[in-house]
Design a protein around this ligand. Structure first.
Ligand code: GDR
Length: 340
C-alpha cells in the first residue's frame, strides 16, 4: 500500500487530493496546522475525515516538518500548505514568506534523505505582470507582483535546485486559479457564489468586490489534483503548467453566477461606481475600493500543452458545470444554515 503525505490537507486542494489518493488505495497522512482543525469542514463534506491519519505540524518550523515526514514515512509528498490568499499577503508579508516560501524549503529538507517523490504547489501568480507573453507557459519569465507570488517563486526555485542538486523526484505544478464548492470564501469566485446565495435568501446586502476587469484562467480543482498526481507518477520529474486556456473577467464570472439567481441583469456606472442590478433594480453587487489590491495582476492565461503532451492531462470539467456546482452548493448551505 502506497503512503502519501499531504500538507495543507484541510484546504481545498488538500481535501480533493486526499479523496483522489484514497480512491486509488493509498494510505493518506494529512499534515495540518493545529489551528486549522476548524477547517475540517471540507473533509467532512467529502466524507473522508475518518480515513485520513491526521498529524498536527507547523510548516514554518523545520523540526516539526522533519517529525511529520518521519511519522508518515511517505512514498509521495504533496506540499499544498501555504498562506494562499494573495490579498492577505500584503498585510502579512512575513508570515506569507515563512509559510509559503520557507515552508517549502522546510518540507524539502525533511524529504531530502528519504526516497519520497515530491510535489510542490507553484502558482501562476509567479508570472505576475508578464509583459512579454500573453499566454504563459513553463518558459515564461517570472515577474511576481505580491509577497505571495515572491514566496512562491522562492519555493519553486529551491524545489528545482533540490531536484538538480540531490537528484530528487520533485515536480512543480504551476497551477492557474482552480475553484470548487470547497473554495475558501475569501477568494473571489466563492465570495460571489456564497454572497449571491445569501442575497437571494434575503440574508445580506449586495456583494462588494474589487477589480471587476481582472481576468483569470479559472479551472475546476478536482481536475487539477489529477494533474498533480500524474506529475508525481511520471518517470521523470519536471514542472508543468495546469490551466484551461480561457480567461474570463471577474465581471463575466459574476454575471454568469448571478444568472442562476436573478433576471434582467445590467451593469451601471464606471470604475468605483460600477454596480450590478437586476430587473427590478435590486443591487446585486458593487465595486468597493477596499478590495482592490495594491499591485494588481490584470490578466493571467496559460497553456497546458506540455502537460497534455507528456502527462495526457487536460481540464475535463467545463466552466459552466463547476460554476453551477458552486452555485447549488452555496444555495443548499444557506438554506440549511451551514456556515462553511
Ligand atoms: P488569486 O485569487 O489572487 O488569483 O489567487 P482571488 O480569487 O483572490 O482573486 C482573483 C482575481 O479577482 C480579483 N478580485 C477579487 N478578489 C478577491 N479575493 N476578492 C474580491 O472582492 C475581488 N474583486 C476582484 C482579484 O483582484 C484577482 O485579480 C488564487 C489563489 O488560489 C492563489 O493561492 C493561487 O496561487 C492563484 O489563484 C493561482
Amino acid at each position: 500500500m502506497k503512503r502519501a503525505l499531504i500538507t495543507g490537507v484541510t484546504g481545498q486542494d488538500g481535501a480533493y487530493m486526499a479523496r483522489l489518493l484514497l480512491g486509488k488505495g493509498y494510505k493518506v497522512f494529512g499534515g495540518r496546522r493545529r489551528s486549522s482543525s476548524a477547517n475540517g469542514w471540507r473533509l467532512r463534506e467529502l466524507q473522508i475525515e475518518d480515513e485520513i491519519y491526521m498529524i498536527d505540524f507547523d510548516i514554518t518550523d523545520p523540526d516539526s516538518c522533519k517529525r511529520l515526514v518521519e511519522q508518515a514515512q511517505p512514498n509521495e509528498i504533496y506540499n499544498l500548505a501555504a498562506q494562499s490568499f494573495v490579498g492577505a499577503s500584503f498585510t502579512q508579508p512575513y508570515y506569507t514568506t515563512q509559510a509559503t516560501g520557507l515552508g517549502a524549503l522546510n518540507m524539502l529538507e525533511a524529504a531530502r534523505n528519504t526516497r519520497a517523490r515530491f510535489y510542490q504547489a507553484s502558482s501562476s501568480e509567479m508570472f505576475g505582470g508578464s509583459e512579454h507573453d500573453t499566454v504563459q507557459t513553463e518558459l515564461t519569465r517570472f515577474n511576481p507582483k505580491s509577497p505571495y507570488a515572491t514566496a512562491k517563486v522562492f519555493a519553486h526555485s529551491i524545489a528545482k535546485i533540490y531536484r538538480e542538486a540531490y537528484g530528487m523526484h520533485i515536480s512543480c505544478g504551476i497551477c492557474f486559479n482552480h475553484e470548487s464548492p470547497l473554495r475558501g470564501r475569501e477568494f473571489v469566485t466563492r465570495k460571489i457564489t456564497h454572497g449571491l446565495a445569501l442575497l437571494a435568501a434575503g440574508k445580506s446586502g449586495p456583494i462588494k468586490l474589487g477589480n471587476l476587469d481582472a481576468r483569470r484562467d479559472w479551472g475546476y480543482a478536482p481536475d487539477f489534483v489529477e494533474g498533480m498526481w500524474r506529475m508525481v507518477q511520471a518517470d521523470r520529474p519536471d514542472d508543468y503548467v495546469l490551466c484551461t486556456e480561457n480567461a474570463p473577467s471577474v465581471r463575466e464570472f459574476l454575471t454568469h453566477a448571478a444568472e442562476y439567481h436573478f433576471e434582467g441583469l445590467r451593469f451601471e456606472g464606471e470604475g468605483v461606481h460600477e454596480c450590478l442590478f437586476n430587473h427590478d433594480d435590486k443591487r446585486i453587487a458593487e465595486v468597493d475600493p477596499q478590495f482592490y489590491r495594491p499591485n494588481e495582476v490584470s490578466t493571467l492565461q496559460g497553456s497546458y500543452a506540455l502537460a497534455e503532451r507528456r502527462l495526457g492531462w487536460r481540464p475535463e470539467t467545463h466552466m459552466q458545470t463547476w460554476v453551477e456546482l458552486m452555485v447549488v452548493a452555496d444555495r443548499l448551505r444557506v438554506e440549511r444554515g451551514i456556515d462553511n
